[in-house]
Design a protein around this ligand. Structure first.
Ligand code: SF4
Ligand code: SF4
Length: 294
């Protein structure tokens, strides 16, 4: 089973939840898909043993053969190649490596050359978990190919449990991280921003037709009413509520999972996983959830 952990808003404790669930069950595989700032390794202490570059192929024009017909620029949906006077100019950071320009060049004036976007790393981590992460090069905007290569490299559908720690937000890298998952855990916090971004994330998950549930982090007496009302209206079960407590804040700041900080979370996360696993993966099974809080 593949569970993706996501949050519309950054800083909600998504990685704390993802690594705690991975440690509690434990997971077979953990993929840190937050390739702009992967930090799950702080909690799960992997020993990286394998490394692999992520490259895409981008066009390089042979000006001796080019007749400046402009077909390459016409077919590029990303405006990554443009005719400047008589010369096609490639903008590497916009190129998605789709190959259309090469295929459509009537003069065979384009050859493809690799461009490195980032790196993948993997190795054994705490609790016997096989850990892998993607790391985007600094200043590089193309996160999606790094995430999709990470999934191809290490995602394993037939394992007992694979956890994917998605990037924050609701953009294309999040969608790529969630694609192929069986269930999405949405982590939120009881603040106006937390609720606003939870609504956006819930909409993305609904568009992808994936079953989901919510974890409220840093919950406080009387503060989560609006989040709870939204979840009820949206049919989103609240699976666990984690209170705002000093020992949890100090522990996570030291790189501890919730089960290292307070052993009762092991059972709570295990029960939540059992509940998720017992369900069909169809979205209408969402109605069968009951709250695991308490
Ligand atoms: S490979 Fe695709 S995205 Fe890149 S310049 Fe060619 S057509 Fe555009
Ligand atoms: S399609 Fe080929 S020949 Fe035409 S402008 Fe582009 S590179 Fe030159």
């Amino acid at each position: 089973m593949i569970i993706a952990v996501a949050s519309g808003k950054g800083g909600t404790g998504k990685t704390t939840v993802a690594t705690s669930l991975a440690a509690a069950v434990p997971a077979d595989t953990f993929l840190d898909c937050d390739v702009e700032a992967p930090d799950a390794h702080i909690f799960l202490n992997p020993e990286f043993q394998e490394q692999k570059n992520v490259d895409i192929l981008i066009p390089q024009v042979d000006l001796q053969k080019c007749t400046a017909c402009g077909k390459c620029a016409d077919v590029c949906q990303f405006n990554a190649i443009a005719l400047m006077g008589q010369n096609p100019l490639v903008f590497p950071s916009l190129c998605h490596g789709c190959g259309s320009c090469t295929l459509n060049c009537p003069e065979e004036a384009i050859q493809e050359v690799p461009r490195t976007l980032g790196v993948l790393e993997s190795g054994p981590a705490a609790h016997g978990i096989q850990f892998a992460q993607g790391l985007l090069n600094v200043g590089e905007p193309m996160a999606v190919p790094v995430i999709s290569q990470l999934k191809k490299w290490r995602s394993q559908r037939n394992t007992h449990l694979e956890i994917r720690d998605a990037p924050p937000g609701t953009s294309c890298p999040v969608v790529e991280s969630l694609r192929g998952a069986d269930f999405v855990l949405l982590v939120t916090e009881p603040t106006p921003f937390g609720l606003h971004d939870l609504k956006l994330a819930a909409r993305v998950v609904k568009e992808l037709n994936l079953p989901s549930g919510v974890i409220i982090n840093r919950d406080r007496e009387g503060m989560s009413g609006e989040v709870r009302s939204f979840c009820k209206r949206a049919g989103l079960p609240i699976l666990i509520s984690i209170p705002l407590k000093r020992d949890i804040a100090e522990g996570t700041a030291r790189g501890q999972t919730l089960i290292d900080i307070d052993s009762k979370y092991r059972k709570r996360f295990q029960n939540m996983f059992k509940e998720i696993s017992s369900l069909s993966v169809l979205p209408d099974s969402q109605q069968r959830f009951h709250s695991l809080e308490g």
